[in-house]
Design a protein around this ligand. Sequence first.
Ligand code: BES
Ligand code: ZN
Length: 883
Amino acid sequence: MRTDIAQTVRLEDYRPSDFLIDRVDLDVRLHPTATRITATLSLRPNPKGRADAPLTLDGDEVSLKAVALDGRALPESEFEASPQSLTITQPPRGPFTLTIETEIDPTSNTKLMGLYRSSGNYCTQCEAEGFRRITYFLDRPDVMAVYTTRIEAERDEAPVLLGNGNRVEAGSLEGTSRHYAVWHDPHPKPSYLFALVGGRLGRVAKSFTTMSGREVELAIYVEPGKENRADYALDALERSMRWDERAFGREYDLDVFNIVAVSDFNMGAMENKGLNIFNDKYVLASPETATDADYANIEAIIAHEYFHNWSGNRVTCRDWFQLCLKEGLTVFRDQEFSSDERSRPVHRIAEVKTLRARQFLEDSSPLAHPVRPIQYREINNFYTATVYEKGAEIVRMLKALIGPADFRRGMDLYYERCDGTAATVEDFLAAFADVTGRDLSHFARWYAQAGTPRVTVKGTFDAAARTYRLDFTQETPPTPGQPTKEPMAIPVALGLVARDGSAIEAVSDRVNAEGVFVLDKASDSLTFTGVSAHPVPSLFREFSAPVKTILDLSNEELLVLLRHDSDAFNRWQAAQTVAMRLLAARSTGKAIADSDVADLATALRAFMETDALGDPAFAALVLTLPSEADIAQDIGRDVEPDMIHRARKEMRRRIGQACIETLRHFRDSLSATGAYSPDAASAGRRALRNASLDLLAAADAALGETLAREQFETAGNMTDRLAALSTLMTLPGDAREAALARFEESYRDEPLVLDKWFTLQAMIPEDGTLERVKRLMEHPGFSMNNPNRVRSLIGSFAMLNQVQFNRQDGSGYDFLADIVLRVDELNPQLAARLLTSFSSWRMMETKRRTHAKSALSRIAGKPNLSRDVSDIAARSLAEQQGQ
Ligand code: BES
Ligand code: ZN
């Protein structure tokens, strides 16, 4: 456990490293408990650094065995070593070589940072600051070196040895049971992209010819016996590579691209140069074990990590404040890929749902921070929805502002200028400013200012003048450290819709060729001329900016959009807005007219009867009401989770009853014929069929149970089986328990499937759930050491079960606090993530708020907390300025 006082790192304190490292030669002798690493570093003073500075290398729990300078063993008087650092007090003024021998214990490494073992295999995770747990190093992304890695191991224990770059040598150690491989990566890289793997692994491979005709061997390594479950990931990799060539002109740059799937991993996956390491959840898929959502995630994450080869690896970050430079941009790139491979509007809706559920939530919480933070105590806590999702939205807005052609030219210039360097957000924006000749300094506020802007829009129709005027105002609420805000540059993609659905050819000189109006002042307005009838405005089409909007449209007008808008995103949004208004009112004890619910139900039924089968995936989204967490966020204060739950359940019953014949028809007629295929169209039909089943069960529990049981028994794939089980979860009784038992019997030896079983049970919105979760922690398939198990059972309880986590008696909070403290001793990163489920505690009603605060205070007051957990606890508790 770290004992150091948490130091704050500030962007304004950035200075270049005093030393550079040009080459790193590593010799790693793998051993379960005593791995030896000899690192030979070619160092020189950085011309941009301070002269006469000592050399201080970072370390973390490493044990130093020997250190030599230019081949001369250093006496203890010439260096200072601790597990956290190694300082050479008087280093040479010119180039020199430092040889460092360290020993580490991969078996007892439960933090899963640095070198560790997973199912007996050796693997590494170095981002952000894990390399220092392998050897002492200048562990910062602006120190870029060429690495050569020799890995040696028992041949039996680790027949497969992988490193970054290309394999240049391999062989046996004469007269021993050991063997070795040497890997060389010619591309200079920061230490966080270093990786090695040693173990017993199965392999699938195929070869790929790049756009310039180079041959690349693509391979995925998995647990032996699971090779056929990697085929989809391999196919997704090939499609990603082709797409990056086509969409961005980016080609792969090594002879091999390896992916290794491991079962113990803190994150989803990691983009190490030429050797991506993945959480096996995002590689392994078969129709029997993975759902449509799993397939879509695999495709997106394979793409994401591959795309980092350019946006992250060839051009990396100068410092960790620039994290969005690689993560936001790469999320944007993977979103575009998925949109091209699947359905763009459906994918956009899914992106916005996640953005609102995670980023808007974070932005309204005590953990709110700018997309480019200016300070941190623990960088691991800044791999957030804000950096990732809002970071991607900024890139999307930039493209909307300058248009696709200039966007591509700017990207090309950015890659060309910054290739091989560690860059900043300023470098990124400069490329677009230079190709367009535009001043992007106002736009750059998106990186600096936290909080979700609120845009209020009012429309005025003047029948005599045939004009329609839109008045906009914007404001951004205060966030920690930022009490007052400047106006943002907000692209508003918009159009007008006639009430009968006909197109309106209105014009305004404030709207550009792409249909975008830029709101960059606190208030502004635009007027359309030639408008003959009172239109309904369709604003923020395709969700053109990450803002909250307050529109003065009636429910009736919104339902016109649901029916007639040419923008699919806004059709979906219109139904969501109407439902949200009703749900938020009901959840806060306000009366709503019965006819309002009936109107929504009628509109949804009409939509389903006429349009749903044209795009089933879209229809399934329209049928899905805002989640309980969405409603809580919309209400924003004095939230009563039980009222929200009841209101939502009741509305689902009403809508289900109004549409029961259509739902029945969908559920019966959309059945799959033939073999399972994970493609978007087939997945869309399953989505509509399963959404129909779930609504049917809300309308008629007995019918729902019969249908769900039947589907559970006969399903030919995991998507349909899990959907049926999920519907059964809403229906307390023996059928549900019997199905759960059957599922456990069938999949107890499939950890990734068992995770789904844990999650469904953790989400049951009933009083017994906390006890059930505690019982499940005793299940032989559960382990506190495995992040996937912990997240699927405990993480789901805390993040996805609004009513039971936020129990009024505080027992949900106390339970989570206990778990966080236990997990912190094993894996601080995982503990800190779990703890973020408290982030919205301030919006609860007073009883819950009091319980949450005391649970958080109990955590914060515990001695010897990790920096990860103490940072989240402290920020969650901090009094917010201006609120
Ligand atoms: N570079 C990250 C992985 C990472 C995150 C390493 C945090 C260390 C700390 C990787 O590229 C990534 O972003 N992974 C995401 C999945 C992605 C599709 C958004 C993840 O792991 O969740
Ligand atoms: Zn990433």
